[in-house]
Design a protein around this ligand. Structure first.
Ligand code: S3P
Length: 171
């Protein structure tokens, strides 16, 4: 299927790059977090608080399953934890070319400073939580992706040019 799927850590730029990439390609843009929030008419924060993370992870899986066979010419940005659940990486690969947007811990820390929307970073010592998540997730993202694109110190245009060139998708 001719979709482009963006994965990576919270704050790596999936939504910003995804929106701009979709505009350049004339593709649609979908973000699993927004899709879930719109379908449930709830915020992610509230879903985590009331039903818990496992429930949210099931919603993520059913969301991407629902896209298979239906989504086309779309840039899909997925929540940072979605590729971690066994089986989800394979579902993403069925949807299209999967790209891991890489950023260093330092960049992510700066981008997420003061963020209050991401439940996994709330509470005591968000920097330590981020560090632990970063370490456990990076290898999973690498395995789940068809290609990796670095984002540190680069403009959105530069990142998008690289994605278009390497995926071979025609604008
Ligand atoms: C999460 C990342 C968030 C959102 C939720 C959980 C995670 O999405 O799905 O807060 O586990 O990394 P972004 O990666 O778009 O911030």
């Amino acid at each position: 299927m001719s979709n482009i799927v963006l994965i990576g850590f919270m704050g790596c730029g999936k939504t910003s790059v995804g929106n701009l990439l979709a505009a350049r390609l004339g593709y649609g843009f979908t973000d699993t977090d927004r899709f879930i929030e719109d379908s449930c008419n709830r915020t992610i924060k509230s879903i985590f608080a009331k039903e818990g993370e496992a429930y949210f992870r099931d919603l993520e899986t059913s969301t991407i399953k629902g896209f298979i066979g239906k989504m086309d010419q779309t840039v899909l940005s997925v929540g940072g934890g979605l590729p971690m659940k066994p089986g989800n990486a394979e579902l993403l690969q069925q949807l299209g070319q999967v790209i891991f947007l890489k950023a260093t811990r330092a960049t992510i820390l700066i981008r997420l400073a003061g963020d209050t929307t991401r439940p996994l970073l709330s509470g005591d010592n968000p920097a330590k939580k981020l560090e632990d998540l970063f370490t456990s997730r990076a290898p999973v993202y690498e395995r789940a992706a068809h290609m990796e694109v670095n984002t540190d110190g680069r403009s959105f245009d530069d990142i998008i040019d690289e994605i278009i060139k390497r995926t071979g998708v025609k604008p």
